[in-house]
Design a protein around this ligand. Structure first.
Ligand code: ADP
Ligand code: ADP
Ligand code: ZN
Length: 220
C-alpha cells in the first residue's frame, strides 16, 4: 500500500460477501466501512426525505438515483474518521457514480489504493441472499447455514433480534442480480483499466476469502 492510507472499494454482486469482508477489514485496519445500503436503510427507518425517496427503488430491487447516493458518499468521505482510509461497500454501482467518486477524491486530496472484486456464481448468490439475516440493532449480517449466530435469531455482538431484509426474497433477488449485470459489472473493466482491480475468489469459505484479501492487499 502507498503511504499509510488504505482507501478501498469492495466490488461484487449482491450476496458476494462485501459486507462480511468489510467488517473483517474494519477490525484489521481500524478504518470505517461506508455502506450505502446500510445508510439508505437507516434513512428509510428514520423516515427522512431521502429515505422516502429511496424506499420504492430499494423495495423493487432497482438502484436509488445516482445523485442521492453520490451526495451521501461525498459527505461521508469528508469526515475526520476517513483520514487513514475507508472501505466503500456497495458504492460505486454505476459508471456515473465511479466518475463522481474520482472527482470527490481529487477534491479531498485522496486516492484509491485498490478495488477488491469478489467473484461468486449466481446460484451461490441466491442461496446466500435467501439465508441472510441482519441485526436490527447494529446491522451485522449472518447466514442461517454459513454464518449462524450463537443463539438463534439473536445478534452475537449486541443481542438484538435478527430480521430478513424485504429485498432478500427470491423475486427481488433476481431483479437485483440483473441490475448488477447491467449497471454495475462494467465497473470491473473500469477499475481493471485503471490498474486498481484485485480479483478474489469469493466462492471459498468466509475465513479463506478474508485471508486471501489480506494477502492480496499486502503485496499490492
Ligand atoms: P453483500 O454485502 O455483498 O451483499 P454479505 O456480506 O451480506 O454480502 O453476504 C451475503 C450472505 O452470504 C450473508 O448471509 C453472509 O453471511 C453470507 N456469506 C458471506 N460470505 C460468504 C462465504 N464466503 N461463504 C458463504 N456464505 C457467505
Ligand atoms: P446488496 O449488497 O445485498 O445488494 P445493499 O445493502 O448494498 O445490498 O443495497 C441495497 C439496495 O440499496 C440496493 O438494491 C439499491 O436499491 C440501494 N443501493 C445501495 N447502494 C447503492 C448505490 N451505490 N447506488 C444506488 N442504489 C444503491
Ligand atoms: Zn447486533
Amino acid at each position: 500500500m502507498k503511504g499509510k492510507e488504505m482507501n478501498l472499494i469492495l466490488l461484487g454482486p449482491p450476496g458476494a460477501g462485501k459486507g462480511t469482508q468489510s467488517a473483517a477489514l474494519v477490525e484489521r485496519f481500524g478504518i470505517p466501512q461506508i455502506s450505502t445500503g446500510d445508510m439508505l436503510r437507516a434513512a428509510v427507518k428514520e423516515g427522512s426525505p431521502m429515505g422516502l425517496k429511496a424506499k420504492s427503488c430499494m423495495d423493487s430491487g432497482a438502484l436509488v438515483p445516482d445523485d442521492v447516493v453520490i451526495g451521501i458518499v461525498r459527505e461521508r468521505l469528508a469526515k475526520e474518521d476517513c483520514a487513514n482510509g475507508f472501505i466503500l461497500d456497495g458504492f460505486p454501482r454505476t459508471v456515473a457514480q465511479a466518475d463522481s467518486l474520482q472527482a470527490t477524491l481529487e477534491d479531498l486530496g485522496k486516492e484509491l489504493d485498490a478495488v477488491v472484486s469478489l467473484e461468486v456464481d449466481a446460484d451461490a448468490l441466491v442461496e446466500r441472499l435467501t439465508g441472510r439475516r441482519i441485526c436490527k440493532g447494529c446491522a451485522k449480517g449472518y447466514h442461517l447455514r454459513f454464518d449462524p449466530p450463537t443463539i438463534a435469531g439473536r445478534c452475537d455482538l449486541c443481542g438484538s433480534e435478527l430480521y430478513q431484509r424485504d429485498d432478500d426474497r427470491e423475486e427481488t433477488i433476481r431483479k437485483r442480480l440483473t441490475v448488477y449485470q447491467e449497471q454495475t459489472s462494467p465497473l470491473i473493466d473500469y477499475y481493471r483499466q485503471k490498474g486498481l482491480l484485485i480479483s478474489i475468489d469469493g466462492m471459498r469459505d468466509i475465513g479463506v476469502v478474508q485471508s486471501d484479501i489480506a494477502t492480496a492487499l499486502r503485496i499490492s
